[in-house]
Ligand binder design. Structure first.
Ligand code: SAM
Length: 283
């Protein structure tokens, strides 16, 4: 398929385990990146066999992230972005989008995947308004009190907090508490960009979601939950959800339906309905 073989240990960045699948590498692989190893491709193949259109989940998610960044940078004037679980820089990245509107915009990326950290640091070396932090995004205090975060993000002023495609990798019922801690730290007028694997509670789509969840949760990564509308909205306590397109009342929609760039010429695939996006404001 043109993908590189699993590299010899000498070629693997420090701290990277090529024998354990990585969420970041698999997601990046679905977006067309090349930094995946044999062990990642095994998971990707399993997902593709179970749900051939699964790639639409990754693409829908990334498209939503890009449009939400463009919208917020263009309309809110907010200059500081905290991007939690930022992923590999294969696709167009938050800083490239928001700095197009405002070259002074500051972006702090947070991730814990060694491949992401290595790429991120290399890419960002030339941009003084962009920083990469290694921290566990599911321990909010570790992010919010991190020296680099504290130095570059002023929490007394509005911030854009991104948790895009992250909380579905968090097991258990603690998601709302994790997000509450982040939201408590934000000044009024801040925004949260959020997406999550979505179970639309329509039997056919629930089945599709379960097929992917089975591979992710019971596979070697041990994480990847599809949650319902109520479970997802509960992760954004106290926030006002922004109207997600011209025709839908404020709430949650499939990522592809969040203010699309134009009319849809072909219908969304079933899988595309199984990733939900929200942009919300702290009053
Ligand atoms: N936010 C990007 C996007 O939506 O395009 C990337 C999403 S990717 C599916 C999830 C990212 O979260 C990966 O880069 C992964 O390494 C990171 N991640 C997962 N668990 C994490 C943790 N506990 N701490 C920090 N990063 C984590």
């Amino acid at each position: 398929s043109g993908a590189p073989p699993t590299p010899s240990p000498r070629q693997v960045p420090v701290g990277v385990d090529p024998n354990r699948p990585s969420i970041a590498r698999i997601y990046d692989g679905f977006l067309g990146g090349k930094d995946h190893y044999e062990v990642d491709r095994t998971v990707m193949t399993k997902i593709n066999q179970a749900v051939p259109e699964a790639v639409d989940i990754a693409k829908g998610n990334r498209g939503f992230l890009n449009r939400a960044c463009r919208f917020l940078a263009g309309q809110t004037g907010i200059e500081q972005y905290l991007d939690c679980g930022s992923g590999l820089p294969t696709a167009e990245n938050t800083h490239q989008i928001v700095q197009r509107s405002n070259s002074d915009a500051r972006v702090v990326y947070v991730d814990n995947d060694p491949v992401v950290l290595a790429h991120g640091r290399a890419l960002l070396e030339e941009n003084e308004n962009v920083h990469m932090v290694e921290a566990d995004i599911f321990t909010p205090s570790a992010v919010l009190k991190n020296d680099i975060v504290v130095k570059h993000i002023d929490f007394s002023q509005p911030v854009v907090l991104l948790h895009v495609g992250t909380l579905h990798h968090f097991e258990g019922d603690g998601g709302p508490a994790v997000m509450q801690e982040y939201i408590d730290a934000l000044a009024p007028g801040s925004y949260v960009v959020f997406s999550h694997f979505y179970d639309p509670e329509v039997p056919e789509l629930t089945q599709l979601a379960k097929r992917i969840e089975e591979i992710l949760v019971h596979g070697p990564m041990g994480a990847g939950r599809f949650r319902t509308k109520d479970e997802i909205v509960a992760m954004l306590p106290g926030l006002e959800i922004i109207k997600p397109n011209a025709t839908t009342a404020p709430g949650l929609v499939a990522c592809d339906e969040w203010w699309p760039d134009g009319p849809r010429l072909t219908p969304l695939s079933k899988a595309a309905h199984c990733i939900a996006g929200i942009v919300a404001r702290k009053p």
